[in-house]
Design a protein around this ligand. Structure first.
Ligand SMILES: [Mg+2]
Length: 218
């Protein structure tokens, strides 16, 4: 698909994304918990599932543009997930929704919105790439997405083509020592384990690619 043609379609993509994300993160709940337990409290899987359940519930019967649905989903995520990382993921989703607003819902608009959400997470989390955080997945993803947008890729194709950059970025966090968040206190213990926030973000990004594809088929 080149872009989400109608508002109805864009709202459907938001609902599909959140449903896919809950299914995918739910499948990997234990893996995320194990990664978090390496240098944290081991709750990242349950936190993400709790947040995504609330985000899904928030948009089931909600009215409004796709951007408004995302903003509501992010707020519900933050409230339900709790903790610092839950607040940041919820803020990321909300900021994307606020930036998208009433559209357009195409690759350049989504690139700008995800960039804004990521900048906000970096600012509030006082983190930068290399600190072993979600930014180590998002920063390379955005660079790849920007290249796709510059080449004129469609939303679905461009987003999917950028996924490997996020996954390689998340995998590279295995070699990093945490410098932000609770796991920073246990620094060296995180070495050899990927950052759970970077890994769960890859699932959120992959869930979006599947939503774009399915919405394009309808
Ligand atoms: Mg934790």
């Amino acid at each position: 698909m080149t872009r989400m043609e109608s508002t109805t379609n864009a709202q459907q993509v938001v609902r599909l994304w959140l449903a896919n994300a809950l299914a995918l993160v739910g499948e990997h709940e234990e893996e995320l918990g194990r990664l978090d337990a390496a240098a944290g409290d081991g709750d990242h899987g349950t936190t993400m599932v709790r947040g995504l359940r609330a985000a899904n519930a928030a948009v089931t019967d909600a009215k409004g543009s796709a951007g408004e649905l995302l903003a509501q989903a992010g707020a519900a995520f933050s409230d339900a997930a709790g903790g610092a990382s839950g607040a940041l993921v919820g803020m990321w989703i909300t900021t994307i929704g606020q930036r998208l607003g009433d559209g357009p819902y195409d690759l350049p608009a989504l690139l700008e919105a995800v960039q804004a959400g990521t900048n906000r997470v970096a600012r509030l989390g006082k983190a930068q790439p290399g600190d072993k955080t979600v930014l180590d997945a998002l920063t390379p993803f955005l660079a790849a997405l920007e290249a796709q947008a510059a080449a004129g890729a469609s939303l679905g194709d461009g987003w999917r083509a950028a996924l490997p950059a996020a996954e390689q970025g998340a995998a590279a966090t295995r070699e990093m020592v945490a410098r932000r968040g609770r796991s920073a206190k246990l620094g060296e213990r995180s070495l050899g384990h990927a950052d759970p926030g970077a890994v769960s973000m890859c699932y959120l990004l992959r869930a979006a690619a599947d939503a774009f594809d399915r919405a394009g088929d309808e």
